[in-house]
Ligand binder design. Sequence first.
Ligand code: ATP
Ligand code: MG
Length: 135
Amino acid sequence: MRELTEQELVEEGERLGRSLPPRSVLLFQGELGAGKTTLVQAIARGLGVRAPATSPTYALVHHYDGRRGPVYHLDCYRLKREDEAADLDWETLLRDGDALLIEWPERAGAWVPAPTTRFRLSHLDDPSRRGLEVE
Ligand SMILES: Nc1ncnc2c1ncn2[C@@H]1O[C@H](COP(=O)(O)OP(=O)(O)OP(=O)(O)O)[C@@H](O)[C@H]1O
Ligand SMILES: [Mg+2]
């Protein structure tokens, strides 16, 4: 596990985004405030997204325009039941997305597609750093 400052995490995310293969499915796990959205937005910037639009926080799916195509960002935190994920148009997300970035995938259970990479973020004793594991 690496222990990264916010700046280091952002730089890592931008770098990952710049070299991300098309049609990647990335999962982001970790407690509240662990840095999932921070990492997602950095990866999106690396994919060429200019304005991580100030989307309404209650939206389940955020749609950004990346260099190669749509970048979809899902935040499943507010799903009350896994079944609610059935209403999402997974087929379109997988077909059209240059990247599909999913926060709180555990809340969508079996609806989550097979990931290409899984990121686990964690709080550390040092409040300015976060643990990052990539698998
Ligand atoms: N090393 C670090 N890496 C990432 N974020 C950090 C770091 N140090 C401090 N922070 C702060 O922690 C917060 C992380 O918030 P963020 O929204 O990215 O978390 P999250 O995992 O998406 O939370 P949620 O589960 O609520 O969606 C931000 O306010 C950020 O400034
Ligand atoms: Mg978040």
